[in-house]
Design a protein around this ligand. Structure first.
Ligand code: LLP
Length: 437
C-alpha cells in the first residue's frame, strides 16, 4: 500500500496533487510520500517483531538526509557502504550504535572513520580487510566490532537478475563460507578486534522466502561451528533483498518472509543474540515516484515514441537491468484509472516506447507500453522509483540531477534542490581555470 493514488482524474500523493508539485518545482523531480516511507518501515518491523531485529535501512537505495532522518526517528538504523553514506547517516542524526558499514572495497580512511566513531558493526569481506582493520584498530587504540560477511553459495530464484545476485560461488562479495570460521577465530585471537557476528546478503530482490531459510540454515551451521571453537556469536545480519511490488501482486508479503525466517532464529534470539536486517527497496521503492514531462511525440518506423525529460541519467534501472516500472500520466484524460497499476490492454490506449533525452541507444524507460494518448507538456509519473532511483543518477551528457520533494499530507517540501549548470562545473573551476562567467 502506498499513498500515490488517482482521484478526480489526477494523481495525488497523500493530499497533494502531483500537478501542483510539478508546477512548483519543475520536472524531472523525485516525489516521496513521508507517510508511505514510515508506514513501510513500521509494518516491516511489525512483521519481524517476534525476533526484535535492528533494522538498518540500506542507504544505497535512498540516501537523502531528510529521509534517513525520518526513518531514524522511527528507530531505524542505517546500513552504509561507504564513507559517504556514513557521513549521510551521521548528518541525519542516526546514532552510531545503529549504523553498520559493509562494502567489498572499503578504503583505509573509511575503515578508520568507522573505527573512530565506534559504529555498531563493520562487515568485513576478506582476510586482507581483517588484517587492515586490525592494524587501524591498534593505531587508534580501539577494538571495533565486526561481522564476517560470508558467501553462502546460494542461487537465488530465477527472477533475481544475474546482475544483482550476490551470494553464489565466485562473486566478489563476502568470504567463502568454508573459510569464515577460521577467519572469525583469527580475528578473535587478535586482541584489537571484537568479532561478534556473521553477515549475509543473498541478492536483490529475492522473491522466494525459502531462499532466506536456506541461507539461514547455512549461517546457523557456521555459527554453531564458530561457537564450538569457543567464540560466541552475538549478531546475525541477514542483509536486505526483500522485494517491492513493482506491479501489483508480484511479491510475497513481509509476513511470508517472517514466517520463513523468524522460527529459525528464535533459539539464537532466546539466548541473547541480535538479528540485523538491511532492507532498502522493500521500504523505499513504492514510497517515491519520478515526475517527468513529455517533450515530444515522434514516429520511428512503425513505432510511436514519447520523449520525456527523464532518461537513464535520472532513473537508470530500465536501461541497466531491463527493470519494469509502471508509468502513467498524472492526468490521464480518460476514465480508466489503473486499478492494479499494470493493466495494459484497454482499447483507448496507445502503444508507446517511452524514451529519455540521453544520447545512448539504451535510454529507454519502457518499450511497447500501452498508455493513454499523451502530448508535449503532459506529466507522467514513473512509479516504484523511491529505491535505486535518485541514488543511481549521474551527470552523463551533463544532465542535471533532479530535485527531490517530500510530501507530508498536503504539504510538499523541497529536500534537495535541482542541480544547476554552476553545480556541473563547480568542481572543475579551480584557481587557474577561467570561469564561465
Ligand atoms: N545489504 C547489502 C549488503 C546490500 O548489498 C544491499 C543491496 C542491501 C543490503 C539492500 O538491498 P535491498 O533490500 O534494497 O534489496 N541497484 C539495484 C540493486 C542493487 C542492490 C545492491 N545491494 C537495483 O536497482 O535493483
Amino acid at each position: 500500500m502506498d499513498e500515490f493514488s488517482y482521484r478526480d482524474g489526477a494523481l495525488w500523493c497523500d493530499q497533494t496533487p502531483l500537478r501542483e508539485v510539478a508546477e512548483q518545482f519543475g520536472t524531472p523531480t523525485y516525489v516521496y510520500s513521508a507517510s508511505t516511507l514510515v508506514d513501510h518501515y513500521v509494518r516491516f518491523a511489525k512483521a519481524f517483531e517476534s525476533i526484535d531485529p535492528l533494522i538498518c535501512f540500506s542507504a544505497k537505495a535512498l540516501s537523502n538526509v531528510h529521509l534517513l532522518r525520518l526513518l531514524g526517528e522511527q528507530g531505524a538504523g542505517i546500513d552504509t557502504v561507504s564513507g559517504g553514506e556514513l557521513h549521510r547517516a551521521l548528518a541525519a542524526g542516526v546514532n552510531t550504535e545503529r549504523i553498520v558499514l559493509a562494502g567489498v572495497g572499503k578504503s583505509a580512511d573509511e575503515l578508520r572513520d568507522a573505527v573512530r566513531r565506534d559504529i555498531r558493526c563493520i562487515n568485513v569481506e576478506s582476510e586482507e580487510e581483517v588484517a587492515l582493520l586490525a592494524r587501524i584498530a591498534r593505531e587508534e587504540g580501539r577494538r571495533p566490532r565486526l561481522a564476517i560477511r560470508v558467501n553462502p553459495d546460494i542461487a537465488p530464484d530465477l527472477r533475481t537478475p544475474a546482475r544483482t545476485t550476490t551470494a553464489v560461488r565466485g562473486v566478489k562479495f563476502g568470504v567463502d563460507i568454508e573459510r569464515a570460521a577460521a577467519l572469525f577465530s583469527s580475528a578473535a585471537a587478535d586482541g584489537s578486534l571484537r568479532p561478534e557476528g556473521i553477515h549475509v546478503h543473498i541478492g536483490s530482490p529475492i522473491f522466494d522466502p525459502q531462499v532466506y531459510a536456506m541461507a539461514l540454515e547455512r549461517v546457523l551451521a557456521l555459527v554453531a561451528e564458530i561457537e564450538a571453537a569457543g567464540h560466541p556469536v552475538t549478531t546475525i545480519n541477514l542483509g536486505g533483498g526483500f522485494p517491492a511490488e513493482y506491479s501489483a501482486g508480484s511479491a510475497p508479503g513481509w509476513d511470508d518472509f517472517a514466517e520463513a525466517i523468524c522460527p529459525r532464529l528464535e533459539g539464537f534470539v532466546g539466548r541473547g543474540g541480535q538479528v540485523i536486517f538491511e532492507p532498502g527497496r522493500t521500504i523505499a521503492a513504492n514510497a517515491g515516484v519520478l515526475l517527468a514531462a513529455v517533450r515530444y511525440r515522434k514516429q520511428a518506423g512503425e513505432r510511436q515514441l514519447v520523449v520525456i525529460d527523464a532518461g537513464m541519467t535520472h532513473i537508470v534501472r530500465a536501461a541497466m537491468y531491463d527493470s519494469y516500472h509502471f508509468m502513467w500520466p498524472v492526468t490521464p484524460g480518460i476514465e480508466m484509472v489503473p486499478p492494479s497499476r499494470d493493466q495494459h490492454s484497454l482499447d483507448d490506449l496507445v502503444t508507446y516506447d517511452v524514451v529519455g533525452p540521453i544520447c545512448e541507444s539504451s535510454d529507454y524507460l519502457a518499450k511497447g507500453r500501452a498508455l493513454p494518448a499523451m502530448a508535449a507538456g503532459d506529466l507522467i509519473a514513473i512509479f516504484g522509483a523511491g529505491a535505486y532511483g535518485m541514488t543511481m543518477t549521474s551527470n552523463y551528457n551533463s544532465q542535471l540531477r533532479p530535485a527531490e520533494v517530500l510530501v507530508e499530507g498536503d504539504r510538499a517540501r523541497l529536500i534537495r534542490r535541482r542541480e544547476t549548470y554552476e553545480d556541473l562545473v563547480a568542481l572543475e573551476l579551480l584557481d587557474d581555470t577561467p570561469s564561465a562567467g
